[in-house]
Design a binder for this molecule. Structure first.
Ligand SMILES: *Cc1c(COP(=O)(O)O)cnc(C)c1O
Ligand SMILES: [Zn+2]
Length: 409
């Protein structure tokens, strides 16, 4: 049905091999399908009767035993047409895909439903991940649903409270390391060398990418087959832009669409190795030793999927941009105040980047743009509480309230 292939040396692995990266050259693995078979299975039209969700596209997912599926009804997130925000930005057509609608409130659930189902197929006893927050929230929930043990390694500082509370309530074993996300990842990579003890579900895990690519299918279906000119999304470890690009390509390969969008990756200024490589035309990224940004979900200096992210951006004719924390907070407010959509800071980078690229003339007024808002705003309530106007505190009298309300008219 499928096999795995190294993106560097093209060595082939079979579904029963529990491998994360190539054992010959160390590069990442991609999952390959026989698209003629997939095409044949899709011909019956059975898939179109299923609700919009990750599993609507199960013929394009690398799962062998469907009865082992671990699902919390992920995917099927809303695609909002955002005319008020579009007008403010000087754009005609803007859509925002709110991935915060997922069960644990970020897109990570799309990958975890597939990854944890695979863990159950492999009959593993425990799963592990390093995380800036959302990966741990998601993995903890799916591990709970599957009834398997979950270990989460996170940086000791700057984990958003919403995310931390999720991992805690779902019952994962949480370990904080005194270091960055990149340090946490190093530790879990060593730990998961023994696959009999821990199955690793970081984004080097090829199965997660497969679930995440379904966001592209959904966008195309929600737009009625119309392909956006530009898709703008945040980039941290760069798995999601890799996955989204794969999804668009597969729908084209299967004949559902006839063109591809340009992929635009947005990073925070203090953690922008991919954007730096794109703007300087480099073939490889230069890791950022001490990544800094209030958008903790993309506070990553050494993205695992950098190679495929550069490829997706370049192949598609897209670009990358970086934004400051100030621009991120402003964009978060803009989206909330023009469209009623509350997204977390990392997700707001897509709107911040879009604004910048429109101002720079790199996105045209008549471009049809879709931004992916990767996670819900309640994940990290500290940021708006810090950066928005505080409530006015007064005596509980009509006079006192009138004084404030009156002033604002
Ligand atoms: C994980 C995450 C990202 C970054 O995605 P990558 O696949 O690591 O590039 C962006 N936004 C949110 C909310 C996330 O949880
Ligand atoms: Zn290899």
């Amino acid at each position: 049905m499928y096999h795995l292939e190294c993106i560097g040396c093209h060595k082939r692995y079979e579904p029963e091999d529990i491998v994360y990266t190539c054992q010959r050259c160390g590069d990442l693995l991609d999952i390959k399908y026989n698209y003629e078979d997939v095409d044949h299975q899709l011909k019956s039209g059975e898939w179109k009767k299923r609700p919009l969700s990750v599993w609507r596209y199960k013929e394009l997912l690398p799962i062998l035993e469907e009865s082992k599926k671990i699902s919390l009804n992920e995917g099927g997130t809303r695609l909002h047409r955002c005319d008020r925000l579009a007008k403010n930005l000087g754009l005609e057509t803007l859509y925002i895909k709110t991935e915060g609608d997922n069960p644990t409130a970020s897109f990570k659930d799309r990958g975890m439903t597939v990854g944890v189902t695979k863990a159950v197929e492999y009959n593993v006893k425990a799963v592990v991940c390093a995380s800036t927050g959302n990966t741990s929230a998601s993995l903890s929930a799916y591990a709970a649903k599957a009834g398997i043990r979950c270990l989460v390694v996170i940086p000791a500082k700057k984990i958003a409270y919403g995310k931390l509370s999720q991992a805690m309530v779902y019952g994962a074993k949480l370990i904080q390391v005194r270091g960055s996300f990149d340090d946490a990842l190093k530790v879990v990579l060593e730990l998961s060398l023994d696959t009999n003890r821990f199955y690793l579900l970081n984004s080097i895990n090829p199965y997660r990418i497969e679930g995440q690519k379904t966001v592209a299918y959904e966008i195309l279906e929600q737009l009625g087959g119309k392909v956006p000119h530009k898709v703008v999304m945040p980039v941290g470890n760069a798995g999601n832009i890799t996955a989204t690009w794969k999804g668009f390509n597969e729908f084209k390969k299967l004949g559902f669409t006839d063109s591809l969008p340009k992929m635009i990756g947005i990073q925070a200024e203090g953690a922008a190795p991919v954007a730096n490589a794109i703007s300087s035309g480099k073939e490889v990224i230069e890791p950022v030793p001490k990544p800094e940004t209030l958008a903790t979900a993309i506070r990553i200096g050494s993205p695992v999927n950098w190679k495929r992210a550069l490829q997706a951006i370049r192949e598609s004719g897209g670009t990358a941009e970086m934004v400051t924390d100030r621009e991120i907070v402003d964009a978060q407010k803009l989206l909330a105040r023009y469209e009623g959509l509350f997204v977390e800071p990392a997700s707001a980078t897509s709107v911040a980047g879009l604004k910048k690229l429109i101002e720079a003339g790199q996105i045209a007024k008549d471009d049809n743009v879709t931004c992916i808002a990767t996670g819900h705003g309640l994940k990290d309530p500290d940021v708006p509480v810090q950066f928005c106007e505080k409530p006015s505190e007064v005596e509980p009298t009509l006079k006192a309230v009138e004084k404030i309300v009156g002033n604002q008219q």
